[in-house]
Write a protein that binds this ligand. Structure first.
Ligand code: SF4
Length: 462
């Protein structure tokens, strides 16, 4: 009998299923668009749809980051739902500039406004023509209906919109490197900046939620915290000597557009999660920016390799199941494979081409009994775990019910994490981030050994 009542119908037998998602391994596009918009300084995310959508998106981010997330909404009621939300959005644009004074309003759509067919560029043009957008202020948009894609594609679309609206080429190549990041935590963005700083590189990071969703408690409310990519920097991205996009799903569309629109040579890389992916990232930056790798970075790598070697006996041969977002899953699976673990099941809710091929490149082809669901859902993953459990599960907070049901050591990883802290503060990228991932995995694996050991075998020193 299942411990979590809503999982009691999960069977070990997996039947073919196409038109139904159960317990999705994703959330909706506007959540990602909102997160990306928060990574630009003085940018107010605006949800063009009903209040309920906006409340859900804000609360998903607020619960994950434990910080209040500000966003505005077109507040559709019956009238707007039937006749369209133009007048709501026009009114909202005036009110938001008057009350909150953002530099940019970043409008994303929802299922409702997309179904009605609201033409956001036309509405923005009308707002401009009617003088509702003050001089030096901007309204941009991304199309994010949630009956397609996921929070990852919403993030990618809004990041692309910043490049689309603002990046300009003056025809002169500057000396700054543009780094466009896939969805990672504020702590990861801070770590990316620290590594680039250690390599003495002049960079622009887009978006940058560090200093926004990990802002300190000062006792003073700041509508727009100090962090976020500056608008002037986004403009000058068009003159960068090169761009590196990290995370094909989250950063690819913006990086490609910067290349085609401004002819900035684009290089794609995996998110630097784990040893091998971080090696490739550092090496790419070294080559593209012609920057030597400092001893401090080499020492960090050495400490990670030391930890991997020290603890290899606890990871070797362990089987793992992963659920999450494609940009994270590929390098994470690779890192765990580097630790001689066997990645058996991998599930993402984000649709898109290339995930399975990238995974096969990173960890080899699927073997008998493996499951790679792209897109798939947590129900399918649970079925596989019921039929043949793994030694370890990585997933967001929703994975905890499955972990408890099947009694599997569990590491919270990805978005959302509603029931723990630390993800906004301690990075998972880079060599130091890899040490944190390893520490978390080892903690639950070794807790399991301690828990299951007969008293005479309960070791003080492991
Ligand atoms: S799935 Fe669509 S209707 Fe539901 S919260 Fe997301 S945008 Fe709104």
């Amino acid at each position: 009998m299942s411990i979590a009542p809503f999982l009691k119908h999960t069977t070990a037998e997996s039947l073919p299923r196409e038109a139904l998602t159960v317990n999705p391994a994703k959330t909706c596009q506007p959540v990602g668009a909102m997160y990306a918009a928060l990574g630009v300084h003085r940018c107010l995310p605006h949800s063009h749809g009903s209040q309920g959508c906006c409340a859900y998106h804000r609360s998903a981010l607020t619960r994950h980051y434990k910080d209040p997330v500000m966003a505005a909404t077109s507040s559709f009621t019956e009238g707007a739902s039937v006749f369209g939300g133009q007048s709501n959005l026009l009114q909202a644009i005036s009110t938001e500039f008057e009350l909150y004074d953002p530099e940019i309003i970043a409008v994303h759509t929802t299922c409702l406004s997309e179904t009605i067919g609201d033409d956001i560029p036309q509405i923005i043009g009308k707002a401009e023509a009617e003088g509702k957008i003050p001089s030096g202020r901007y309204v941009i948009h991304a199309s994010t209906p949630s009956y397609v894609g996921s929070h990852v594609t919403g993030y990618a679309s809004m990041t692309r919109a910043f490049v689309d609206y603002f990046a300009e080429s003056t025809g002169r190549r500057g000396d700054r490197l543009s780094v466009i990041s896939g969805w990672v935590e504020p702590s990861d963005m801070a770590e990316l900046k620290r590594m680039l700083g250690a390599m003495d590189i002049d960079y622009i990071l887009l978006p940058d939620t560090s200093g926004v969703l990990d802002a300190p408690l000062t006792g003073r409310y700041q509508m727009f915290p100090d962090g976020g990519t500056r608008l002037d920097d986004i403009r000058t991205m068009g003159d960068s000597f090169a761009a590196i996009g990290i995370g094909r799903f989250g950063a690819g569309p913006a990086a490609k557009l910067l290349d085609t629109k401004c002819k900035v040579p684009m290089h794609m890389a995996d998110l630097p999660i784990g040893l091998s992916a971080t090696d490739r990232f550092i090496d790419l930056v070294r080559k593209v920016a012609k920057a030597p790798v400092p001893d401090s970075i080499a020492r960090e790598r050495g400490r990670l390799v030391d930890m991997m070697a020290d603890m290899h006996q606890y990871t070797h041969g362990r089987t793992v199941a992963l659920a999450g977002d494609p940009d994270q899953l590929v390098p994470l699976a690779e890192f765990l494979t580097d630790m001689d673990m066997k990645v058996k099941y991998v599930v993402t809710g984000t649709p898109g081409k290339g995930f399975e091929a990238a995974l096969a490149d990173a960890i080899g082809p699927a073997e008998e009994g493996d499951f790679r669901g792209a897109p798939s859902d947590l129900f399918a993953l649970h079925q596989r775990l019921k039929a043949a459990p793994t030694d370890l599960l990585f997933a967001n907070t929703y994975g905890k019910y499955i972990a408890r049901d099947e009694d599997i050591p569990f590491v919270r990883f990805g978005f959302p994490i509603f029931d723990r802290v630390g993800h906004a503060d301690f990075p998972c990228v880079g060599y130091r981030g890899a040490m944190r991932i390893l520490e978390k995995a080892l903690s639950v694996l070794m807790d399991r050994i301690d828990r299951d050991a007969p008293l005479e075998k309960l070791e003080l020193i492991m």
